[in-house]
Design a protein around this ligand. Structure first.
Ligand SMILES: Nc1nc2c(c(=O)[nH]1)N[C@@H](CN(C=O)c1ccc(C(=O)N[C@@H](CCC(=O)O)C(=O)O)cc1)CN2
Ligand SMILES: NCC(=O)N[C@@H]1O[C@H](COP(=O)([O-])[O-])[C@@H](O)[C@H]1O
Length: 222
């Protein structure tokens, strides 16, 4: 069997379901500029609509949702007795909006087993580094501290690990000599805002095929 077809023997397939445009719940924890880009893009012929925004803390992302008349909900870990209870509550809160896709756009919590069991295979995250380099919550300062000359943006499927899911798209960003965390992160975000919008549109239109390690968005070629 050719290597390619072997690589695409797929236990996991996301196909655009009955909803067109597909229903997307966006998860965020901070400024929400990536959310803003998705809100701005999700109009007209764009094949996805944001049906709700979920946050784990009070943050500016809520205001962006409200400005766009998109329902927002908060599920804060500190309001639950333990992580499992928070995981169940977040799963229920997202499920209530009947999403086809979940997008983590700066969501700063590891999604737990309940959430992965319910939505696994259709959760997309954007990470401000070229995974597998610099996983975790501090990718940009970690890249600067290491002294890399090139970092970038990764959009990937989320799995139960931390930033270990199959890669959907990546784009490099050069590190400048006078970069600090803020300047480098802003240049990465500029790439992320475009890349995330493009990947969500591609997945919403053509789905994803993944063997758990590699993922492919089938080409348009019929
Ligand atoms: N199961 C998964 N959940 C999430 C992933 C993932 O790959 N698998 N990606 C994250 C987003 N992310 C990096 O892109 C990330 C965010 C947060 C952390 C982290 O260590 N969080 C700590 C708390 C940090 C805080 O509250 O400031 C934690 O969850 O305890 C690592 C990676 C989205 N979810
Ligand atoms: N590891 C997760 C992580 O670092 N996520 C990052 O948070 C930022 C959110 O920006 P925003 O709040 O302006 O949308 C983005 O750069 C995203 O990649």
């Amino acid at each position: 069997m050719a290597a390619r077809s072997r690589a695409l023997t797929a236990p996991h397939v996301f196909r655009p379901g009955s909803h067109s445009p597909v229903r997307v719940v966006v998860l965020a924890s901070g400024t929400g500029s990536l959310l803003q880009s998705l809100i701005a893009a999700a109009v007209g012929d764009y094949p996805a609509r944001i049906v709700a925004v979920g946050v784990d803390r009070d943050c500016a992302a809520v205001a962006h949702a409200e400005s766009a008349d998109i329902p927002a909900f908060r599920v804060a870990l500190r309001e639950y007795p333990d992580r499992d209870a928070w995981d169940r509550a977040l799963t229920a809160a997202v499920d209530a909006h009947q999403p086809d896709l979940i997008v983590s756009a700066g969501f700063m919590k590891i999604l737990g087993p309940e959430f992965m069991g319910r939505f696994g295979g259709r959760i997309i995250n954007t990470h401000p580094a070229l995974l597998p380099s610099f996983p975790g919550a501090h990718a940009v300062p970690d890249a600067l501290a290491y002294g890399v000359k090139v970092t970038g943006s990764t959009v990937h499927l989320v799995d139960s690990g931390v930033d270990t899911g199959p890669v959907l798209a990546q784009e490099p960003v050069v590190v400048l000599e006078d970069d600090d965390e803020s300047s480098l992160h802003e240049r990465i975000k500029t790439v992320e805002r475009r890349l995330l919008v493009d990947v969500i549109a591609a997945v919403a239109t053509r789905g994803v095929v993944s063997d758990g390690r590699k993922a492919v968005i089938p080409s348009d070629r019929t």
